[in-house]
Design a protein around this ligand. Structure first.
Ligand SMILES: Cc1ncc(COP(=O)(O)O)c(C=O)c1O
Length: 394
Protein backbone atom coordinates (compact mmCIF):
# COMPACT_ATOMS: atom_id res chain seq x y z
CA UNK A 1 0.00 0.00 0.00
CA UNK A 2 1.22 3.49 -0.81
CA UNK A 3 0.98 6.16 1.86
CA UNK A 4 1.39 9.76 0.80
CA UNK A 5 3.12 11.63 3.61
CA UNK A 6 3.69 14.64 1.36
CA UNK A 7 -0.01 15.35 0.94
CA UNK A 8 -0.96 18.48 2.85
CA UNK A 9 -4.04 18.19 5.06
CA UNK A 10 -5.56 21.48 6.16
CA UNK A 11 -5.63 21.41 9.96
CA UNK A 12 -7.00 24.92 10.43
CA UNK A 13 -10.15 25.15 12.58
CA UNK A 14 -9.97 21.49 13.58
CA UNK A 15 -9.26 22.14 17.30
CA UNK A 16 -5.56 21.46 16.63
CA UNK A 17 -3.50 23.11 19.40
CA UNK A 18 -0.54 23.20 17.02
CA UNK A 19 -2.38 25.42 14.55
CA UNK A 20 -5.44 26.95 16.14
CA UNK A 21 -3.77 28.29 19.29
CA UNK A 22 -1.33 30.52 17.38
CA UNK A 23 -2.96 33.91 17.97
CA UNK A 24 -3.96 33.07 21.54
CA UNK A 25 -0.29 32.25 22.22
CA UNK A 26 0.88 35.58 20.74
CA UNK A 27 2.10 34.24 17.38
CA UNK A 28 1.35 35.88 14.02
CA UNK A 29 -1.92 34.76 12.42
CA UNK A 30 -0.19 33.32 9.34
CA UNK A 31 2.53 31.51 11.30
CA UNK A 32 3.63 28.06 10.09
CA UNK A 33 3.47 25.65 13.04
CA UNK A 34 6.01 22.91 13.58
CA UNK A 35 6.12 22.94 17.37
CA UNK A 36 4.05 20.56 19.52
CA UNK A 37 4.87 16.88 18.99
CA UNK A 38 1.95 15.67 16.93
CA UNK A 39 2.00 14.91 13.22
CA UNK A 40 0.36 16.62 10.27
CA UNK A 41 -0.79 13.31 8.76
CA UNK A 42 -3.99 11.32 9.21
CA UNK A 43 -3.36 8.19 11.25
CA UNK A 44 -2.94 4.69 9.77
CA UNK A 45 -5.82 3.34 7.62
CA UNK A 46 -6.16 0.28 9.89
CA UNK A 47 -6.86 2.59 12.84
CA UNK A 48 -9.33 4.74 10.93
CA UNK A 49 -11.19 1.61 9.88
CA UNK A 50 -11.48 0.36 13.47
CA UNK A 51 -12.66 3.77 14.68
CA UNK A 52 -15.26 3.99 11.89
CA UNK A 53 -16.52 0.54 12.84
CA UNK A 54 -16.90 1.62 16.45
CA UNK A 55 -18.72 4.77 15.40
CA UNK A 56 -21.08 2.71 13.27
CA UNK A 57 -21.79 0.52 16.28
CA UNK A 58 -22.91 3.72 17.92
CA UNK A 59 -22.54 2.88 21.60
CA UNK A 60 -19.85 4.70 23.57
CA UNK A 61 -20.44 3.48 27.11
CA UNK A 62 -17.91 2.80 29.88
CA UNK A 63 -15.13 0.64 28.58
CA UNK A 64 -12.48 -1.80 29.72
CA UNK A 65 -9.49 -3.55 28.21
CA UNK A 66 -10.06 -7.13 27.06
CA UNK A 67 -8.08 -10.17 25.92
CA UNK A 68 -7.77 -9.14 22.23
CA UNK A 69 -6.46 -5.74 23.33
CA UNK A 70 -3.79 -7.32 25.53
CA UNK A 71 -2.92 -9.85 22.84
CA UNK A 72 -2.30 -7.01 20.37
CA UNK A 73 -0.34 -4.88 22.85
CA UNK A 74 1.80 -7.72 24.13
CA UNK A 75 2.62 -8.95 20.61
CA UNK A 76 3.66 -5.42 19.63
CA UNK A 77 5.84 -4.94 22.69
CA UNK A 78 7.44 -8.35 22.28
CA UNK A 79 8.17 -7.88 18.57
CA UNK A 80 9.17 -4.23 18.63
CA UNK A 81 10.84 -3.94 22.02
CA UNK A 82 11.51 -7.43 23.31
CA UNK A 83 9.37 -6.57 26.32
CA UNK A 84 6.82 -8.79 28.06
CA UNK A 85 4.36 -8.03 30.82
CA UNK A 86 1.73 -9.77 32.91
CA UNK A 87 -1.72 -8.33 32.37
CA UNK A 88 -2.03 -7.17 35.99
CA UNK A 89 1.15 -5.09 35.61
CA UNK A 90 -0.42 -2.72 33.09
CA UNK A 91 -2.10 0.39 34.42
CA UNK A 92 -3.81 2.74 31.99
CA UNK A 93 -3.82 6.53 32.24
CA UNK A 94 -5.24 9.22 29.96
CA UNK A 95 -1.72 10.20 28.96
CA UNK A 96 1.93 10.00 29.87
CA UNK A 97 2.01 13.44 31.51
CA UNK A 98 -0.93 12.33 33.67
CA UNK A 99 1.14 9.28 34.64
CA UNK A 100 4.14 11.47 35.51
CA UNK A 101 1.99 13.63 37.79
CA UNK A 102 0.54 10.45 39.32
CA UNK A 103 4.01 9.02 39.97
CA UNK A 104 5.17 12.26 41.58
CA UNK A 105 2.22 12.14 43.99
CA UNK A 106 2.51 8.40 44.58
CA UNK A 107 6.22 8.21 45.35
CA UNK A 108 7.12 11.55 46.93
CA UNK A 109 5.77 13.92 49.55
CA UNK A 110 5.50 17.68 49.19
CA UNK A 111 8.94 19.27 49.44
CA UNK A 112 10.79 16.09 48.47
CA UNK A 113 13.16 16.08 45.52
CA UNK A 114 12.50 14.84 42.00
CA UNK A 115 15.35 14.72 39.47
CA UNK A 116 15.23 15.38 35.73
CA UNK A 117 17.92 15.70 33.07
CA UNK A 118 17.68 19.05 31.35
CA UNK A 119 17.10 20.11 28.65
CA UNK A 120 13.97 17.98 28.68
CA UNK A 121 10.28 17.98 27.71
CA UNK A 122 8.98 20.90 29.77
CA UNK A 123 5.96 19.25 31.46
CA UNK A 124 8.44 17.24 33.58
CA UNK A 125 9.46 20.44 35.37
CA UNK A 126 5.91 21.79 35.36
CA UNK A 127 4.46 18.68 37.01
CA UNK A 128 7.16 18.63 39.71
CA UNK A 129 6.62 22.29 40.56
CA UNK A 130 2.82 22.18 40.28
CA UNK A 131 2.83 19.40 42.87
CA UNK A 132 5.08 21.36 45.25
CA UNK A 133 8.03 19.03 44.98
CA UNK A 134 11.62 20.22 44.81
CA UNK A 135 12.95 20.35 41.26
CA UNK A 136 16.48 19.00 40.93
CA UNK A 137 18.19 19.10 37.55
CA UNK A 138 21.25 17.39 36.19
CA UNK A 139 22.34 19.01 32.94
CA UNK A 140 23.07 16.95 29.87
CA UNK A 141 25.98 18.31 27.88
CA UNK A 142 26.92 18.30 24.23
CA UNK A 143 30.23 16.90 23.06
CA UNK A 144 31.21 16.19 19.47
CA UNK A 145 27.67 16.68 18.24
CA UNK A 146 26.11 14.30 20.75
CA UNK A 147 24.30 15.13 23.99
CA UNK A 148 25.56 13.11 26.93
CA UNK A 149 24.94 12.34 30.58
CA UNK A 150 27.19 13.69 33.31
CA UNK A 151 26.99 10.63 35.58
CA UNK A 152 29.02 12.18 38.39
CA UNK A 153 26.77 15.20 38.51
CA UNK A 154 23.72 12.92 38.33
CA UNK A 155 24.81 10.96 41.40
CA UNK A 156 25.99 14.05 43.22
CA UNK A 157 22.58 15.73 42.72
CA UNK A 158 20.84 12.64 44.11
CA UNK A 159 23.03 12.59 47.22
CA UNK A 160 22.94 16.33 47.80
CA UNK A 161 19.14 16.57 47.53
CA UNK A 162 18.05 13.18 48.86
CA UNK A 163 16.23 12.57 45.59
CA UNK A 164 13.30 10.11 45.75
CA UNK A 165 12.20 9.94 42.13
CA UNK A 166 13.96 10.31 38.78
CA UNK A 167 11.98 10.98 35.61
CA UNK A 168 13.88 9.61 32.63
CA UNK A 169 13.10 10.59 29.04
CA UNK A 170 14.06 7.67 26.79
CA UNK A 171 14.42 8.24 23.85
CA UNK A 172 15.13 11.80 24.80
CA UNK A 173 13.08 14.82 23.78
CA UNK A 174 14.55 17.27 22.73
CA UNK A 175 18.17 16.11 22.31
CA UNK A 176 16.97 13.11 20.23
CA UNK A 177 19.29 10.60 21.92
CA UNK A 178 18.45 6.91 22.13
CA UNK A 179 20.28 6.03 25.32
CA UNK A 180 22.47 2.96 25.03
CA UNK A 181 22.03 -0.06 27.27
CA UNK A 182 25.31 0.88 28.98
CA UNK A 183 24.15 4.43 29.70
CA UNK A 184 20.79 3.23 31.02
CA UNK A 185 22.44 0.57 33.17
CA UNK A 186 24.73 3.13 34.73
CA UNK A 187 21.78 5.43 35.53
CA UNK A 188 19.82 2.48 36.90
CA UNK A 189 22.67 1.33 39.15
CA UNK A 190 23.07 4.79 40.63
CA UNK A 191 19.32 4.95 41.29
CA UNK A 192 19.27 1.50 42.90
CA UNK A 193 22.23 2.42 45.11
CA UNK A 194 20.39 5.48 46.41
CA UNK A 195 16.84 4.08 46.53
CA UNK A 196 15.61 6.39 43.82
CA UNK A 197 12.52 5.15 41.97
CA UNK A 198 12.71 5.60 38.19
CA UNK A 199 9.82 6.69 36.00
CA UNK A 200 10.85 5.96 32.40
CA UNK A 201 8.89 8.00 29.85
CA UNK A 202 9.29 5.93 26.70
CA UNK A 203 6.63 7.61 24.59
CA UNK A 204 9.07 8.09 21.67
CA UNK A 205 10.21 4.46 21.68
CA UNK A 206 8.90 3.57 18.21
CA UNK A 207 10.96 6.29 16.51
CA UNK A 208 14.50 4.99 16.63
CA UNK A 209 16.86 5.22 13.67
CA UNK A 210 19.28 2.37 12.89
CA UNK A 211 21.78 1.41 14.11
CA UNK A 212 20.41 2.74 17.42
CA UNK A 213 18.33 0.38 19.53
CA UNK A 214 15.85 1.32 22.22
CA UNK A 215 16.11 -0.57 25.51
CA UNK A 216 13.02 -0.74 27.70
CA UNK A 217 14.31 0.45 31.06
CA UNK A 218 12.77 -2.31 33.15
CA UNK A 219 14.38 -5.02 31.00
CA UNK A 220 17.85 -4.09 32.27
CA UNK A 221 17.63 -6.45 35.25
CA UNK A 222 15.06 -7.96 37.63
CA UNK A 223 16.10 -5.49 40.37
CA UNK A 224 15.59 -2.57 38.03
CA UNK A 225 12.21 -3.94 36.95
CA UNK A 226 11.18 -3.87 40.63
CA UNK A 227 12.32 -0.25 40.96
CA UNK A 228 10.76 1.33 37.90
CA UNK A 229 7.63 2.38 36.06
CA UNK A 230 7.71 2.34 32.28
CA UNK A 231 5.23 4.53 30.46
CA UNK A 232 4.35 4.07 26.79
CA UNK A 233 1.60 5.09 24.43
CA UNK A 234 0.56 4.70 20.80
CA UNK A 235 -0.08 8.45 20.77
CA UNK A 236 3.23 9.64 19.30
CA UNK A 237 3.73 6.57 17.11
CA UNK A 238 0.33 6.73 15.43
CA UNK A 239 -0.65 10.37 15.99
CA UNK A 240 -3.40 9.66 18.51
CA UNK A 241 -2.61 12.16 21.28
CA UNK A 242 -6.15 13.59 21.25
CA UNK A 243 -7.58 10.16 22.08
CA UNK A 244 -5.97 10.26 25.52
CA UNK A 245 -4.74 6.76 26.16
CA UNK A 246 -1.47 5.48 27.54
CA UNK A 247 -0.16 2.37 29.25
CA UNK A 248 2.15 2.09 32.25
CA UNK A 249 3.95 -1.08 33.25
CA UNK A 250 4.66 -1.53 36.95
CA UNK A 251 6.05 -4.89 37.99
CA UNK A 252 6.49 -4.20 41.69
CA UNK A 253 3.10 -4.75 43.42
CA UNK A 254 3.78 -2.14 46.10
CA UNK A 255 4.73 0.53 43.55
CA UNK A 256 1.75 -0.45 41.44
CA UNK A 257 -0.67 -0.18 44.36
CA UNK A 258 0.63 3.29 45.26
CA UNK A 259 0.36 4.44 41.65
CA UNK A 260 -3.18 3.12 41.31
CA UNK A 261 -4.27 4.72 44.58
CA UNK A 262 -3.08 8.12 43.40
CA UNK A 263 -4.55 7.64 39.94
CA UNK A 264 -7.91 6.55 41.35
CA UNK A 265 -8.04 9.57 43.67
CA UNK A 266 -8.37 11.77 40.60
CA UNK A 267 -11.67 10.08 39.76
CA UNK A 268 -10.22 8.48 36.61
CA UNK A 269 -11.69 5.04 36.18
CA UNK A 270 -11.96 3.49 32.73
CA UNK A 271 -9.73 4.09 29.73
CA UNK A 272 -10.93 6.15 26.79
CA UNK A 273 -12.91 3.83 24.52
CA UNK A 274 -11.75 5.33 21.24
CA UNK A 275 -8.17 5.52 22.53
CA UNK A 276 -8.24 1.83 23.32
CA UNK A 277 -9.89 0.85 20.02
CA UNK A 278 -7.28 2.88 18.14
CA UNK A 279 -4.44 1.37 20.17
CA UNK A 280 -5.53 -2.19 19.47
CA UNK A 281 -5.94 -1.48 15.75
CA UNK A 282 -2.54 0.23 15.68
CA UNK A 283 -0.80 -2.72 17.26
CA UNK A 284 -2.63 -5.22 15.08
CA UNK A 285 -2.40 -3.49 11.71
CA UNK A 286 -0.40 -0.27 11.94
CA UNK A 287 3.09 -1.55 11.26
CA UNK A 288 3.23 -1.07 7.43
CA UNK A 289 2.08 2.54 7.86
CA UNK A 290 4.68 3.13 10.58
CA UNK A 291 7.46 1.69 8.43
CA UNK A 292 6.49 3.99 5.56
CA UNK A 293 6.29 6.93 7.96
CA UNK A 294 9.80 6.26 9.26
CA UNK A 295 11.11 6.35 5.68
CA UNK A 296 9.42 9.71 5.23
CA UNK A 297 10.98 11.01 8.46
CA UNK A 298 14.43 9.86 7.34
CA UNK A 299 13.92 11.67 4.06
CA UNK A 300 12.91 14.82 5.99
CA UNK A 301 16.03 14.51 8.15
CA UNK A 302 18.21 14.24 5.02
CA UNK A 303 16.43 17.22 3.56
CA UNK A 304 17.01 19.42 6.63
CA UNK A 305 20.64 18.33 6.92
CA UNK A 306 21.45 19.26 3.30
CA UNK A 307 19.41 22.43 3.40
CA UNK A 308 21.14 23.74 6.51
CA UNK A 309 24.57 22.91 5.12
CA UNK A 310 23.85 24.85 1.98
CA UNK A 311 21.73 27.79 3.14
CA UNK A 312 22.27 28.24 6.90
CA UNK A 313 25.74 26.77 7.49
CA UNK A 314 25.91 28.35 10.95
CA UNK A 315 22.98 26.16 12.06
CA UNK A 316 24.17 22.81 13.36
CA UNK A 317 21.87 19.82 13.27
CA UNK A 318 22.33 17.42 16.15
CA UNK A 319 22.12 14.09 14.35
CA UNK A 320 18.92 12.47 15.63
CA UNK A 321 19.08 8.92 16.95
CA UNK A 322 15.34 8.89 17.58
CA UNK A 323 12.09 10.93 17.81
CA UNK A 324 10.59 13.11 15.07
CA UNK A 325 11.99 16.26 16.67
CA UNK A 326 15.18 17.88 15.42
CA UNK A 327 17.42 19.80 17.82
CA UNK A 328 19.30 22.53 16.03
CA UNK A 329 22.06 24.72 17.42
CA UNK A 330 22.02 28.29 16.07
CA UNK A 331 24.67 29.66 18.43
CA UNK A 332 27.25 30.15 15.65
CA UNK A 333 25.05 32.93 14.27
CA UNK A 334 26.09 35.01 17.26
CA UNK A 335 22.57 36.29 17.86
CA UNK A 336 21.22 36.33 21.44
CA UNK A 337 18.60 33.65 22.10
CA UNK A 338 15.70 36.11 22.49
CA UNK A 339 16.57 37.85 19.22
CA UNK A 340 16.88 34.52 17.42
CA UNK A 341 13.47 33.47 18.68
CA UNK A 342 11.92 36.80 17.72
CA UNK A 343 13.34 36.50 14.19
CA UNK A 344 11.97 32.99 13.78
CA UNK A 345 8.52 33.75 15.16
CA UNK A 346 7.86 37.28 13.99
CA UNK A 347 10.00 37.70 10.89
CA UNK A 348 10.11 34.17 9.49
CA UNK A 349 6.63 33.51 10.89
CA UNK A 350 7.48 29.99 11.92
CA UNK A 351 6.38 28.56 15.26
CA UNK A 352 8.89 26.03 16.54
CA UNK A 353 10.01 25.47 20.12
CA UNK A 354 12.64 27.74 21.61
CA UNK A 355 15.44 25.67 23.16
CA UNK A 356 15.33 27.42 26.52
CA UNK A 357 11.78 26.15 27.10
CA UNK A 358 13.46 22.79 27.84
CA UNK A 359 16.10 24.26 30.13
CA UNK A 360 18.83 26.86 30.02
CA UNK A 361 21.07 24.29 28.29
CA UNK A 362 18.93 24.91 25.19
CA UNK A 363 20.20 28.49 24.79
CA UNK A 364 20.29 29.33 21.06
CA UNK A 365 18.82 25.96 20.15
CA UNK A 366 15.43 25.43 18.52
CA UNK A 367 13.39 22.23 18.28
CA UNK A 368 11.61 21.56 15.02
CA UNK A 369 8.96 18.90 14.46
CA UNK A 370 9.58 17.15 11.14
CA UNK A 371 6.47 14.93 11.17
CA UNK A 372 4.99 16.98 8.39
CA UNK A 373 4.82 16.92 4.57
CA UNK A 374 8.18 17.89 3.06
CA UNK A 375 6.74 20.90 1.18
CA UNK A 376 5.64 22.39 4.53
CA UNK A 377 9.01 21.65 6.08
CA UNK A 378 10.72 23.33 3.13
CA UNK A 379 8.46 26.36 3.42
CA UNK A 380 9.32 26.64 7.13
CA UNK A 381 13.07 26.49 6.69
CA UNK A 382 12.96 28.72 3.61
CA UNK A 383 11.23 31.29 5.78
CA UNK A 384 13.83 30.85 8.54
CA UNK A 385 16.74 31.08 6.08
CA UNK A 386 15.30 34.25 4.56
CA UNK A 387 14.77 35.85 7.96
CA UNK A 388 18.26 34.96 9.20
CA UNK A 389 19.91 36.03 5.97
CA UNK A 390 18.19 39.40 6.07
CA UNK A 391 15.70 38.62 3.31
CA UNK A 392 12.06 39.45 3.71
CA UNK A 393 8.97 37.29 3.55
CA UNK A 394 5.80 38.26 1.82
C1 LIG B 1 8.70 12.93 26.29
C2 LIG B 1 7.22 13.15 26.21
N1 LIG B 1 6.42 12.66 27.16
C3 LIG B 1 5.08 12.84 27.13
C4 LIG B 1 4.49 13.54 26.10
C5 LIG B 1 3.02 13.76 26.11
O1 LIG B 1 2.36 12.63 26.48
P1 LIG B 1 0.79 12.60 26.69
O2 LIG B 1 0.17 13.37 25.57
O3 LIG B 1 0.45 11.15 26.65
O4 LIG B 1 0.52 13.21 28.02
C6 LIG B 1 5.29 14.08 25.08
C7 LIG B 1 4.69 14.85 24.00
O5 LIG B 1 5.35 15.50 23.24
C8 LIG B 1 6.69 13.87 25.13
O6 LIG B 1 7.50 14.34 24.18
Amino acid sequence: MNYDFNKITDRRNTNACKIDLAVARGKPKDVLSLWVADMDFPTAPAILEALHKKIDHGIFGYSCTDEPFHAALSAWLKNEHNFSYERREMVSTPGVVFAIATAIKAYTKEGESVLIQTPVYYPFKNMIEANNRKLVTSSLFEKDGKWQIDFEDFEHKIEENDVKLFILCSPHNPVSRVWTRAELSRLAEICLRHNVIVFADEIHNDFVYAPNVHTVFSTLSPEIAENSIVSMSPSKTFNLAGLQFSTNFIKNPALRAKFKTERDKTGYDEPSLMGMVAARAAYEGGKPWLEALKKHLLSNIDFVRSYLKEKIPQARLIEPEGTFLLWIDFSALGIPDSELDDLIVNKAKVWIDRGTMFGIEGYCYQRINIATPQPLLKEAIDRIANALNGGCNA
